[in-house]
Design a protein around this ligand. Structure first.
Ligand code: HEM
Length: 74
């Protein structure tokens, strides 16, 4: 489950980045239709819940050693 969420987040971030880059590239060459500026929103709507899930998952795993603050400690 955790790895599925992480993989979804990873690939969606790639799609999101490409869309944002294409907006900047498109703005440099032409006047884009207004709907084009809304294209990053669907992938962002996936990134926010999956990202928030990954942020809080360690705190609910019951494993104190999995907490980010515990990294580097024995
Ligand atoms: C908007 C809300 C977002 C939240 C709350 C969020 C949160 C997180 C969290 C908690 C992690 C795991 C970090 C760790 O392992 O300690 C993560 C990983 C990651 N995030 Fe986000 N993120 C968000 C948006 C984005 C965006 C906009 C991008 C890039 C366009 C992005 C790209 C990534 C990537 C590439 C990883 C690594 C995934 C992997 O393990 O391969 N995230 N994010």
């Amino acid at each position: 489950m955790n790895s599925v969420i992480r993989t979804v987040h990873r690939w969606t971030s790639l799609v999101f980045s490409l869309i944002v880059a294409s907006i900047f590239a498109g703005m440099a060459v032409t006047t884009l239709p207004e709907w084009f500026y809304y294209l990053p929103l669907p992938p962002l709507a996936v990134l926010i819940p999956t990202g928030i899930y990954m942020f809080f998952a360690p705190y609910f795993s019951g494993r104190q050693d999995a907490l980010p603050a515990a990294r580097g400690r024995a």
